[in-house]
Ligand binder design. Structure first.
Ligand SMILES: [Zn+2]
Length: 658
């Protein structure tokens, strides 16, 4: 997933949102190389799944489902082809959350289905319920008949009034981190990769898409079939349904969106083919067939989600000037870093997001130049420096120790995305691109279609880079990056000449109240405005904010990257004039990265807390369950801290906000 930057100068746009991403992995060596001996040596424990991959592994999933918009449920069957790793195993344990299980059956040798006993455990708040199916004969296939709950954490159902076209309802999934289990019973751990197929029925006027072989020419008839022939981890299982039409960008890429949005999206994303070419030039062929984009409603909780063959993207990146398309670079990068080689457990998430953030920066540099990539790196690293001041050191390690994460949604994005990328930038700087680029390409090839641990990465790094090019980087340096909190002192720094100009303009204004010349600010894009605001002190005088607002119209900006920085500054500064538009922003946008900082600033005062509660009450009917959970946690934590607060429960650690 990924966050985004939005263009402030181009104002005409609609709502705003953000991106997100996620991670996974799997130890079973894939068909090709006899790679990864560590897979056998290392017992991989996923704390966030009930599955028992050392006993049985799903190799293929076949879904036969019907979508019911009236009851807001999906129901049908899931059939698993199973590889019984342990020949004495007698149970298949699946992850579920809020699913109604009707029956479980096993296939006999003559192809008939016979009922199997099953039990659903009590619900754990984070993990959901284990579905334990008794399989004394270890059938090659097991079939479960089930239905989802209207509250499924991985699905959002939108009434027609919440869509662009206002005619057709909309539904979409977000499976990462561990939400696939809320719409399909399955082994919900990235350790396990499987192929899948699906037959899905819907109302006839609804188009259904999945993270699979969507056909741009498919007839819209309410009866759809899909195949995903490459092995994926469960977090990449995805479905969407609504009034969706297709327009091509290039030969192997295009956009699915509501009719009112599709032309704007194609124009914004028309560099997609060039991005694929740039990534292939660095890391070898794109292995997934088509690369299409699905533009979702603004309630999508992330900036983007790298569902294979069909990236899900927020509409808030469509601002008219391509200033936010690093989101697409990020999601596309996952086609190598993540979807191809991903993490085995949430303790190794950096292998997915850190590597992807590195590759994203390389694609951005190839298309838009070093200046743009450098500005984005500075913004990310500034965010990290702020976050690390108060972040629990345990969460600052790239490789997390067991027991660190109660909920996989509680990762530090600064660690996983930015520190992870910074580590690879450190290696790149030391070895040089002539050595490092082929090494990284070789890494993607070596572990293709696998899910690995940090120690597997470390072994491969040592054998194929560190030892082959002695006296460049020591394993002590590597281990400091992987296993220690903070950023090592030898981390390479990045300079941005463009930001030097921004800094000078800000400092001059603070001293003299004289705004920078229009000839300077006229050339600024989103990144410069973000840096301009981020360099401000924690609070300013209301009249200073008013001066900025009159000149630059920050209040009411359609650019979420500006809004997420301006509204908290306004709130901390007691600039009440921003409140009305701030409320509209919170109501319209569902991307966590953009709105959580605003809520956090609001709940710092009793008056702000009351405003936050009102704003969220209005927004909630159209809010995604993942976002709602995050906002409710912030409000509950603030109320628990408040002296006269009522009975709010203690909130968990704050979630990452990509
Ligand atoms: Zn990502």
């Amino acid at each position: 997933m990924r966050q985004l930057l939005l263009s402030v100068s181009i104002a005409a746009a609609l709502g705003l949102v953000a991106t997100g991403c996620q991670r996974n992995q799997n130890p079973a060596p894939a068909a090709a190389a006899p790679a990864a001996p560590a897979a056998a040596a290392e017992k991989i424990v996923d704390e966030h799944s009930y599955a028992q991959p050392d006993q049985v592994r799903t190799t293929d999933l076949a879904l036969d489902l019907a979508i019911d918009f009236d009851s807001r449920t999906i129901g049908g069957t899931a059939t698993y082809a199973l590889d019984w790793v342990d020949k004495s195993a007698t149970q298949l344990v699946l992850d579920t959350r809020d699913l109604a299980i009707d029956k479980a059956e096993g296939q006999t040798a003559d192809g008939k289905w016979e009922p199997l006993k099953f039990a659903l455990s009590d619900k754990d708040k984070v993990l959901g319920s284990a579905l334990t199916i008794e399989t004394p004969n270890r059938p090659a296939k097991v079939r479960v008949t089930y239905a989802t709950s209207p509250e499924a954490s991985g699905l959002q159902w939108l009434a027609p009034s919440m869509t662009e076209g206002k005619q057709t309802p909309f539904m979409f999934s977000q499976s990462q981190q561990i939400h696939a289990r809320s719409w399909v019973p399955l082994q919900d751990t990235p350790q396990i990769r499987f192929t899948y197929s699906a037959h899905v029925k819907s109302p006839a006027d609804v188009m259904v898409l999945m993270s699979a072989d969507n056909d741009p020419k498919a007839a819209r008839d309410g009866d759809y079939s899909f195949k995903m022939p490459q092995k994926i981890p469960s977090y990449l299982l995805a479905i969407a349904a609504g009034d969706l039409v297709f327009k091509p960008i290039g030969e192997r890429s295009g956009v699915w969106a509501e009719p009112a949005m599709v032309d704007k999206a194609v124009a914004e994303f028309d560099d997609t083919e060039k991005m694929i070419d740039a990534a292939e030039g660095l890391y070898g062929p794109y292995r997934w067939g088509r690369y299409d984009l699905l533009v979702l409603p603004p309630s999508f909780p992330y900036g983007g989600m790298e569902n294979p063959r069909l990236t899900f993207a927020t509409p808030t990146v469509i601002v008219g000037d391509k200033s936010l398309v690093s989101l697409i670079a990020h999601e596309l990068a996952h086609s190598w870093s993540g979807n191809l080689v991903t993490f085995a457990t949430d303790k190794d998430s950096w292998l997915n997001e850190g590597t992807t953030t590195y590759v994203q920066s390389r694609i951005t540099e190839a298309l838009y130049g070093r200046d743009m990539a450098a500005m984005e790196e500075v913004i990310d690293r500034d965010e990290l420096k702020g976050e690390f001041k108060t972040l629990d050191p345990k969460l600052q390690r790239l490789s997390l120790k067991p027991g660190t994460l109660a909920d996989p949604d509680d990762q530090s994005s600064a660690t996983v995305y930015t520190k992870g990328a910074w580590f690879l930038q450190f290696l790149e700087k030391r070895f040089g691109r002539a050595v490092f680029d082929p090494w990284l390409k070789g890494y993607f090839d070596h572990f293709a279609f696998q899910s690995i641990t940090t120690s597997q990465f470390r072994d491969y790094l040592k054998a194929n880079l560190i030892d082959k090019h002695p006296n460049v980087v020591t394993m002590e340096e590597v281990d400091q990056w992987l296993y220690e909190p903070g950023i090592p002192g030898n981390a390479p720094q990045v300079e941005s000449g463009k930001f030097s100009t921004v800094n000078a303009a800000r400092i001059a204004w603070q001293g003299s109240a004289k705004l920078p010349d229009k000839s300077i600010t006229g050339a600024w894009g989103t990144q410069e405005w973000v840096h301009f605001l981020e360099g401000m002190p924690a609070s300013l005088k209301p009249e200073q904010l008013q001066q900025l607002d009159e000149a630059y119209h920050f209040t009411g900006t359609p650019n979420g990257e500006i809004a997420m920085r301006w509204y908290p500054l306004a709130e901390r500064s007691g600039y009440a004039a921003a409140r009305e538009e701030m409320g509209k922003f919170l109501e319209r946008v569902g991307r966590r990265k953009l709105i959580l900082p605003v809520y956090k600033a609001l709940v710092a005062t009793p008056d702000g807390l009351a405003f936050a509660e009102q704003a969220f009450a209005k927004a909630k009917p159209a809010t995604h369950p993942i976002t709602a959970g995050s906002v409710e946690a912030i409000i509950a934590e603030a109320k628990a801290k408040a002296p006269a607060a009522p009975t709010a429960p203690a909130a968990p650690a704050e979630p990452p906000a990509k």
